[in-house]
Design a protein around this ligand. Sequence first.
Ligand code: NAP
Length: 530
Amino acid sequence: MAELGKNLIGLEWSSQGKAVLKAVNPKGLAELEGEFYTSTETEVNRAMEKAHNAWLAYRKVDGKSKAAFLRAIADEIEALGDTLIERVMQESGLPQARITGERGRTCGQLRLFAQLVEEGSWTEAIIDTAVPDRQPAPKPDIRRMLTAIGPVVVFTASNFPLAFSTAGGDTASALAAGCPVVVKAHESHLGTNALIAGAIRKAAADAGMPDGVFSALNGEGYRTGQLLVEHPQTKAVAFTGSLRGGKALFDLAAKRPEPIPVFAEMGSVNPVVFLPGYLSQNTEKAAQALAGSVNLGVGQFCTNPGLVFVLDHIGLPDFLAALKTAFAGSAPGTMLNPGIHRNFEFRKMGLLKETAVVTEFEWAGDADETQLQARQAFASVTGQDFIQNPHLHEEIFGPFTLVVRCADPQELANAVTALSGQLTASIWGETGELNGHTGLIDVLQSKVGRLIFNGMPTGVEVCHAMQHGGPYPATTDSRFTSVGTTAVKRFARPVAYQDCPDEILPAELKKDNPLGIWRTLDGALSKNKG
Ligand code: NAP
């Protein structure tokens, strides 16, 4: 681990910083093996200069070679075997099955982006052929496609040590777009980051990628991240974490002499609406599904259902009783780090003390503080009180949910209307019952990136159609997703070539369509020459 305590700058390991960081096991707070050098300003500058130089070559690397690189990263991650799994478990406190599954998701994601760039149509080639004899003026030949934006800085997430981390979706999509990546490692996963960075370094060297296509730096407090965002060679930022952190980095990027986009995925309370017909017919099932989703991964998912909207109808007491039983059946779990545990208990207790809030359930059995175990809970509030107290709308990151008891459908619609932007919303209804609530569905749709019917928000499929991003404050740019293949679009910008000689055009735009990709040719999707 000694070599791996260093910062990775392109292909070179570096340890100029005087200070070292130690990783901590959330279960018992023991320090783990390895000393991790913080990065200096000189190292930040070197990583960004190398990334810029690498970009000049990497942006032109063809889809097949990029695909081979992405697949090699997945292979190298798998080759780390149990060493990786054990380290992630030690640093995150998450169980083996979850980590093995997350590794599968991470490698599957890399291979999906490999397929995307190998096929090539993601570049959205659009061609308007010339009409030289058009009157009153000739129409020029214009060909447009997406091209890599430049070096991307990635802030990794605390709650997905693999899938939203060093080789996670942000890194995979940026590399797929043709952008070098500089990762700011999360303090909670220093050893995991080092192992994955080593795997990417080997894949880059073996695949003959330019030196600087990937770097990973340990932080020195917030300074490292701020230097990275401010660096003139940084062209975009990807972030997953808190609203405070994401907004601070967004503001910093906007204040640069050359502002750059920040794609931050931040908080979400993911409202769930149970319509009364469904709840009366499926009391137990609804309670089990909700409790399972709230407590999954100790509630540490950005898609955790933190708010539940119901009508104060005759079946509600049975549902609340079933929910208590389901919550009681879930043992307290270890949270990811002391800060997240402290925040959870503080914010949950603050909310439970509110006069308008009724504590319906709080785990009363043992919960070991030294293991950062969280006491899961749920509470309820009336629709009126919810509407009047916007702070009740805020995310409590962990195993907690607030049931909003609405007096009638209008109050429910008003309560949902009062919400800010979210990643997801879910609505559960009997067949036919949903048809009677299209107005409510419209309101939910206007607030979110993903609308779920008769399902829970946790579990985000990595696929072509996924949208994981919603209106602010869920993300800083709701036009994009951080999960699924269209995530690549965050790191590409359109460029149009006018009357460009065919031999100079990129392969995607040449008349012969040598890549055989789908292009929009004079207004129609086609693989034809033109
Ligand atoms: P965080 O505090 O926002 O930190 C995420 C990353 O950004 C870390 O690398 C952090 O650096 C860096 N950072 C944060 N603020 C910064 C600033 N002002 N300047 C420069 N760098 C900054 O998130 P977290 O540590 O993952 O978890 C904390 C809270 O975030 C949780 O309690 C939860 O509420 C929320 N969260 C949300 C999601 C989600 O998916 N929406 C996921 C995870 C966490 P350091 O490593 O130096 O701190």
